[in-house]
Ligand binder design. Structure first.
Ligand code: AMP
Length: 239
């Protein structure tokens, strides 16, 4: 069992976290696996940043925590699968989330499909589902901020079939109606997708097609995505 001291940084503010198992230590937050009211729970703790003025830090950290919760709740209200928020403690900036058990990340799923020599076609329906979910999320004006295939979980059903697709880690999310913000969101995913999964250009195109088909607002977003891509290419040419 890892302790917060072992993982570095300040000790956890909530006593219940001292016996929790750390699963990720980031620059802004620690993520723990624990139990809460008898349920498997993921606890995300944003800790103070010592280089910032304490009052400002407290304000910013609380705002970030609130923003993460707001985005999750907005998605859930729209029928997008995200973990249930069990509890939020704004004194310690801890979010208690339902643990999505019996799941693998989309990253693991795509990697294992590729490693076992499965055809790209076998991943088409997954790309379609991702496109549809992201279209719905953007129609709710939720911008995820860190779209990667590691932040999408696939639940395994008892019969071995693939179940729900769940979006996680809204730590950098915010609310915006601007096509530019949504275009950048898709650009971040495109970059992550193509660098994590080689030779998946066609698959990502399919995801974008499904995104476009699912949202009336998509053409403006795709236009911005094209602009952002062009800016990215110009930047890499200039060096
Ligand atoms: P995060 O910083 O929110 O990305 O969380 C770090 C890691 O914890 C993720 O990459 C997941 O593997 C895992 N994780 C986060 N939230 C959940 C959840 N609700 N259920 C299951 N695993 C999670």
């Amino acid at each position: 069992m890892a302790s917060m001291e072992a993982a570095g940084g300040s000790p956890a503010a909530l006593p219940c976290l001292h016996s929790a198992r750390i699963i990720k230590q980031g620059a802004e937050a620690r993520v723990y696996r624990s139990r809460f009211l008898g349920r498997s729970t993921i606890i995300k703790e944003r800790f103070p940043k010592r280089y910032r003025h304490p009052t400002l830090d407290e304000k910013l950290t609380r705002r970030r925590t609130a923003q993460e919760v707001r985005s999750i709740l907005r998605c859930r209200k729209a029928g997008i699968n995200t973990p249930v928020v069990f509890f939020v403690d704004y004194t310690t900036n801890c979010i208690f989330l339902e643990e999505i058990t019996n799941s693998i990340t989309v990253r693991e799923h795509v990697a294992s499909a590729q490693a076992s020599g499965q055809s790209v076609e076998s991943l088409h329906s997954l790309a379609d589902r991702i496109g549809q979910i992201l279209a719905k999320m953007h129609d709710e004006d939720v911008v995820h901020g860190d779209l990667t295939t590691s932040n999408m979980l696939l639940v395994n059903e008892d019969d071995g079939k693939q179940g729900k697709l769940v979006l996680i880690d809204f730590g950098l999310s915010y609310i915006s109606a601007l096509p530019e913000d949504k275009g950048v969101d898709m650009y971040v995913l495109e970059k992550a997708f193509l660098s994590t999964h080689p030779n998946t250009e066609v698959l990502f195109e399919r995801l974008l097609k499904s995104y476009t088909a699912a949202s009336k607002k998509a053409p403006a977003v795709i236009k911005k995505l094209d602009e952002v891509r062009l800016r990215g290419r110009k930047r890499s040419m200039v060096g």
